[in-house]
Design a binder for this molecule. Structure first.
Ligand SMILES: NC(=O)c1ccc[n+]([C@@H]2O[C@H](COP(=O)([O-])OP(=O)(O)OC[C@H]3O[C@@H](n4cnc5c(N)ncnc54)[C@H](OP(=O)(O)O)[C@@H]3O)[C@@H](O)[C@H]2O)c1
Length: 247
């Protein structure tokens, strides 16, 4: 990002309170690090106290809250203890790419819970704390537009996230609501996804992309910084995929 844009993001985020659900790893951790660098105060939400502490130490300090996308009923308690929120970023999620034949009914329900019910419950729980000048950023993904032969339920769920931000941008106005849609980004998520084949899989994916590299967490964090700071963007999905939708 150019220095002018970085300075713009900094000036808008300085002193703001940003909650990052999924801030213990990968993209969410990069978002948290970036907003702390911009002078914002950060609250990290994740499932595990040790991982939260490690992430908070890594970014130089953050408030920490336990929360699980599969336990929506607990979110009002999480947000009840927080000061007013300027921005809510939800990056939390996993990625299971089963075929429909391999998927149990529970797998299908679990994906919908993690990608839709959980994030929407978080937004609902945060509403009383969100300042009207603030914003929400949800996470979709390249699968919404570039399906593969696996993961139909995940593709549907992330596509639904994109419809949801357009709808909530109207319902929750003047709070702005946007989404970021990452392509392939090198995070711990991919370690578990590709296992030992990761290096080879990423090299071949990178060679096929117009950018000739796959994403870094910071690429997505920069786009999130723009969405948080740009007061005229709402109902938008920003694709940060190295051109993955074009090939
Ligand atoms: N990396 C990619 O290539 C890629 C591509 C497209 C979309 N995405 C999406 O981008 C988001 C971030 O992915 P990432 O690559 O940064 O993954 P990551 O490094 O594995 O981080 C995932 C984060 O989500 C949190 N999380 C997972 N399940 C949760 C749950 N049930 N409740 C609360 N928190 C939960 C984890 O927190 P704890 O484990 O500490 O609780 C962690 O902070 C995900 O939604 C992913 O699907 C990633």
């Amino acid at each position: 990002m150019s220095e002018a844009i970085v300075d713009g993001v900094r000036s808008v985020l300085a002193g703001r309170h940003v909650v990052v659900v999924g801030g213990t790893s990968g993209i969410g951790l990069a978002v948290a690090r970036n907003v702390v660098r911009s002078g914002a105060e950060v609250t990290l939400v994740g499932r595990d106290g040790d991982r939260l502490r490690r992430a908070a130490d890594e970014i130089g300090g953050a408030r920490q809250c336990i929360g699980d996308l599969h336990d929506s009923a607990a979110f009002p308690g999480v947000f009840g203890s927080l000061p007013d929120i300027d921005h809510l970023v939800v990056t939390a999620g996993t990625a299971s790419l089963k075929t429909l034949r391999e998927s149990t009914a529970e797998d299908l329900r679990s994906t919908v819970e993690e990608r839709l019910v959980g994030p929407l419950s978080i937004v609902r729980a945060a509403l009383d704390r969100l300042r009207p000048t603030g914003s929400i950023v949800l996470t979709s993904g390249l699968l919404a537009e570039r399906p593969t032969q696996r993961g139909a339920i995940l593709a549907g769920a992330v596509a639904a996230v994109e419809a949801i931000v357009r709808s909530l941008a109207l319902e929750l106005a003047p709070i702005r609501v946007n989404a970021v849609s990452p392509g392939l980004v090198d995070t711990p998520l991919l370690d578990s996804f590709f296992g030992e084949a990761k290096h080879e899989a990423l090299a071949s994916a990178a060679a096929a992309l117009p950018t000739r590299r796959i994403g870094r967490p910071d690429d997505i964090a920069q786009a999130v910084g723009l969405l948080l700071s740009s007061g005229f963007m709402t109902g938008e999905v920003v694709h940060v995929d190295g051109g993955g939708r074009l090939i």
